[in-house]
Design a protein around this ligand. Structure first.
Ligand SMILES: NC(=O)C1=CN([C@@H]2O[C@H](COP(=O)(O)OP(=O)(O)OC[C@H]3O[C@@H](n4cnc5c(N)ncnc54)[C@H](OP(=O)(O)O)[C@@H]3O)[C@@H](O)[C@H]2O)[C@@H](O)CC1
Ligand SMILES: Nc1ncnc2c1ncn2[C@@H]1O[C@H](COP(=O)(O)OP(=O)(O)O)[C@@H](O)[C@H]1O
Ligand SMILES: [K+]
Length: 493
């Protein structure tokens, strides 16, 4: 299980470990792990180590001492820019003494030149308490402008390890190539701005085995979390075995959105797929004639799983079918315009909450903001908290979309999705995801697993397309269903 620990949880673990280990042990282990990570990505002889005033700086000094120590076989020139105050912690003071006794050269300002084979970022870790400003801000901007490989220690300096937000307003953070993070992985490295600033994330547990770590409040999505639903199909099956999905949406001029969702459902294995259109646009979809076209006004969905909202608009008809869907017993995916209608109606919010946690709601940050009555900046500023709050208020599984999609349920479980890329930032990709969620529900998956499974596969489909050269630039939502089919079949095998 890939646990993600909040800063408070990490502090707690550190606190417990400190009592059982000799002073300085964890910092020494951090320094050793980071020095080997540094060796692995070194792209030249010259190494610049940035060491800040706290224990993150102490870790950096350990790295410098290890790379420039008398016993190293590494032919590196290590320069240390130490920005510590007059009273470093005992651990940091020890690390400083070690680094000063090594071959590392200490400097007072950023040396000229840009030929660093590696820059080690030990300015700030999880103790950053306020935006980086003044000379330190100028340093961060100068480092980022060099465009050299950067290894961040624990967290890229300036990034909030809990939220993935650059600490601001108008803050700066180190742009890392790789982040080696200590004791436990952290949510902020995997969502919002975190994915861009952290680069590749590597965990160094520092010898603390999982048994000594309490359960984390969040985890990273992976197929193991939904594997129990991934079974090869039985020979003795028929289309009724894999459920019906009805996509309700498609106001005038928005006929494509429910079709995208319907294809998402069809290509991930739903037995039969309908589009019930608010404004029927045609008797058949000639590109995908398997999809059965109906009129939402008089459509009897039977016990089909409903995906409601794509391109649905806010007409009286839209309101009426949404009301009916919330009243009914069918499994439900609520997306797009249906979310906006619910945001405007405390009555519909109440009805959704009373259904008993069977619905998946898939807001992007602005839709989530409308539902919570805040701005999208507030949602993005703490995506985990926003998803948790929404799941609890609506008593539903919430998929808060965007880079590092956050999935939360009313019981407080939180998962961050690591698959996907900016190729998904294109109209219609969210519709495909909603259809995929509906498809897995229709095939009998539980709401939680349908949500995390669909999000994982949807992201992996985009990653597969990018690996094949079909993105991220110009990737289209219409390509996702086929790629998702390949990913899902590979998992089921
Ligand atoms: N403890 C352990 O067992 C282990 C800890 N480990 C490592 O320790 C790291 C946490 O260390 P930490 O708590 O010392 O915090 P850190 O991130 O170095 O920053 C705090 C310092 O920065 C200062 N400061 C803050 N904001 C500032 C600003 N905007 N501008 C300027 N200054 C600012 C702040 O000053 P103050 O706010 O007190 O004025 C304080 O001096 C953790 O990420 C991991 O790398 C590992 O070795 C594993 C074992
Ligand atoms: N930069 C990104 N990185 C990863 N996933 C992304 C990114 N941008 C968008 N996505 C994903 O693409 C989908 C977009 O959904 P949405 O915003 O509803 O678009 P639309 O309504 O146009 O279909 C979501 O699944 C979202 O998580
Ligand atoms: K750092």
């Amino acid at each position: 299980m890939k646990s993600l620990y909040s800063v408070a949880e990490i502090r707690n673990i550190e606190h417990n470990m400190a009592e059982s280990l000799p002073a300085g042990t964890l910092m020494q282990r951090a320094g050793e792990a980071a020095a080997s990570a540094a060796r692995a990505i070194l792209a030249g002889r010259k190494v610049l180590v940035l060491a800040g005033p706290g224990n993150n700086g102490g870790d950096a000094l350990e790295v410098a001492a290890n790379l420039a120590g008398a016993d190293t076989d590494l032919d590196a020139e290590v320069t240390v820019l130490y920005l510590g105050g007059p009273a470093p912690s005992a651990d940091s003071a020890r690390a400083l003494a070690r680094a000063r006794a090594s071959k590392a050269v200490f400097v007072d300002s950023l040396p000229l030149g840009r030929d660093w084979g590696l820059i080690v970022d030990g300015l700030f870790g999880i103790g950053l308490a306020r935006p980086i400003d003044g000379d330190m801000r100028a340093l961060v901007e100068a480092i980022n402008a060099l465009g050299r490989p950067v290894l961040a220690l624990d967290v890229p300096s300036g990034l909030d390890a809990d939220t993935g937000a650059v600490i601001g307003p108008d803050g700066v953070a180190i742009q890392a190539t790789r982040t080696i993070t200590f004791i436990g992985d952290k949510p902020g490295l995997h969502t919002f701005e975190g994915r861009d600033y952290a680069g590749q994330v590597q965990l160094a547990p520092l010898g603390i085995d999982p048994g000594q770590r309490p359960a984390a409040g969040a985890r990273l999505n992976e197929p193991a979390l939904f594997a129990r639903h991934l079974a090869p199909r039985r020979h003795n099956s028929h289309k009724g075995s894999f459920g019906d999905v009805a996509v309700i949406g498609g106001a005038k001029g928005m006929a494509g959105a429910p079709l995208m969702a319907a294809r998402g459902a069809l290509f991930t294995g739903a037995g039969r797929v309908f589009v019930a259109a608010i404004e029927p646009a045609g008797a058949v979809d000639f590109v995908q004639p398997e999809i059965m076209m109906r009129d939402a006004q008089d459509f009897d969905s039977g016990d089909a799983t409903l995906v409601i909202g794509p391109g649905m608009g806010d007409s009286v008809t839209a309101m009426r079918v949404l009301f009916k869907a919330l009243e009914g017993k069918a499994a439900l995916v609520i997306d797009a315009d249906a979310l906006n209608l619910i945001a405007d109606s405390p009555d519909l919010q109440g009805r959704l909450a009373q259904r008993g946690a069977t619905a998946i709601v898939t807001p992007h940050p602005l839709e989530a903001a409308r539902l919570l009555g805040v701005t999208s900046a507030v949602v993005q500023g703490d995506r985990l908290a926003a998803a948790r709050e929404l799941a609890s208020r609506l008593n539903a599984v919430v998929v808060l979309k965007g880079s590092g999609t956050v999935i939360a349920n009313a019981g407080g479980a939180v998962v961050i999705n690591p698959t996907g890329n900016a190729g998904l930032a294109t109209a219609g990709s969210g519709d495909v995801l909603a259809g995929m969620c509906g498809s897995l529900l229709a095939q009998g998956w539980q709401a939680w697993e349908a949500a995390i499974g669909a999000v994982w596969v949807h992201g992996a489909a985009a990653d597969r397309l990018v690996a094949q050269g079909s993105g991220p630039i110009g990737l289209t939502a219409g390509e996702l269903p086929l790629a998702a089919r390949a990913v899902l079949n590979a998992l089921a095998r």
